[in-house]
Design a protein around this ligand. Structure first.
Ligand code: SAH
Ligand code: SF4
Length: 338
């Protein structure tokens, strides 16, 4: 007996996904929805049968719609700049619970499309709704919500396969992106998978001492081991990887650190995504100001490293990267430290 309709394999997959989208036997109970960015960013809080909570975010753009989903409740990795990391690991999500978050996002998007007029117009196309034809259905799922996907590899990968299944969600592998804190065995395993999804690696520092201070996992898999695995991954898959780099004022955002980063990544098929840090109350950390972000980017670009600065979404509802903690950030931290 299962309450996961996606597992009712005696029913056709299309019917299962429709049932899961339109009925409520799913294991995630929707507790709250918050919206920001004129309705184009939406965050959902779900309760699991165990009572733990997870969050998911839908971000709508003129040409695409992205769901950012959680793979665990809490996270064991303890990165000092991340709200989820303060919770510790509470629970691994099942494949059904991961897919259900994408189904929520797809439903939400359908609702937006029906509401239609309430949406702001795209500044570039004044006569079109921001929901252009290509964003009428979910185009991307990023595993960048709560948790470390590679610490829940098997279940997470099953969710990837379901999201990709042409008889089901039918998302292209190119629309799926996993972000890892840098678990080397996971990177090696992903390199051998047939489905070519995108890989993003949270690097955040060009030197081991600082990276270990920010991300305790660096003591187990230091930068050299991480980059070896990444080079092997690129050689095997011929795919470009993305390095995420959260900028913290005075910690990892100095021009010399950008130069050291460029040296480390020289010659790799990669791209750097700079992420302005989203404040997590109760930490002594600070967000790099705009001038420092742009200088850091310039140093990388001058050395031939492709580099973009992530556009921020959902700041006002604590739905941005690293702010998901199952409550407002303040509540979560008092829960975590209680
Ligand atoms: N556990 C995975 C994926 C979830 S976190 C990982 O760490 O990669 C997704 C991204 O958000 C990571 O790059 C993470 O370092 C970053 N992040 C964490 N806290 C953040 C914060 N407060 N502001 C901005 N980015 C943050
Ligand atoms: Fe976990 Fe990623 Fe947060 Fe680190 S940044 S604590 S790995 S969710």
């Amino acid at each position: 007996m299962t309450t996961d309709m996606l597992k009712m394999t005696d029913l056709p997959l299309e019917l299962r996904e429709r049932l899961a989208a339109e009925t409520r036997i799913g294991t995630l109970q929707q507790m709250r929805i918050q919206t920001a960015d004129e309705g184009l960013t939406r965050k959902a809080l779900f309760q699991l049968p165990s009572g733990e909570v997870v969050e998911s975010v839908l971000m709508v753009y003129p040409d695409r719609a992205t769901a950012c989903v959680s793979t665990q409740a809490g996270c064991a990795m303890g990165c000092v700049f991340c709200a989820t990391g303060r919770l510790g690991l509470l629970q691994n999500l099942t494949p059904g619970q991961i897919v259900e978050q994408a189904l929520w996002a797809a439903r939400e998007l359908k609702g937006l499309r029906t509401e239609g007029q309430g949406l702001r117009r795209s500044p570039h196309e004044k006569n079109h709704s921001v929901l252009g034809p290509q964003s009428s259905s979910l185009t991307n799922v990023v595993f960048m919500g709560m948790g470390e996907p590679f610490a829940n590899y098997d279940r997470w990968w099953q969710s990837v396969e379901r999201l990709h299944d042409p008889r089901g969600f039918n998302l292209g592998a190119r629309g799926l992106t996993v972000s890892t804190v840098g678990l080397v065995p996971g990177i090696r395993r992903l390199a051998g998978e047939a489905l070519p999804i995108n890989l993003a690696i949270s690097l955040h520092s060009p030197d081991d001492a600082l990276r270990s201070e920010m991300m305790p996992i660096n003591r187990r898999y230091p930068i050299a081991a991480l980059l070896d695995a990444t080079r092997d991954y690129i050689a095997q898959t011929r795919r470009r990887v993305s390095f995420e780099y959260v900028l913290l004022q005075g910690k990892n955002d100095r021009p010399e650190q950008a130069i050291a980063l460029a040296d480390l990544l020289q010659g790799m098929l990669c791209h750097v995504n700079l992420i302005p840090w989203n404040p997590v109350p109760g930490t002594p950390l600070g967000r790099s100001d705009r001038a420092r972000v742009l200088r850091f980017q310039q140093e990388l670009v001058d050395r031939g490293i492709a580099c973009t600065v992530r556009v921020e979404r959902g700041m006002s509802i604590a739905a941005a990267c690293g702010q998901l903690a199952g409550a407002t950030a303040g509540e979560a931290i008092s829960l975590a430290t209680a």
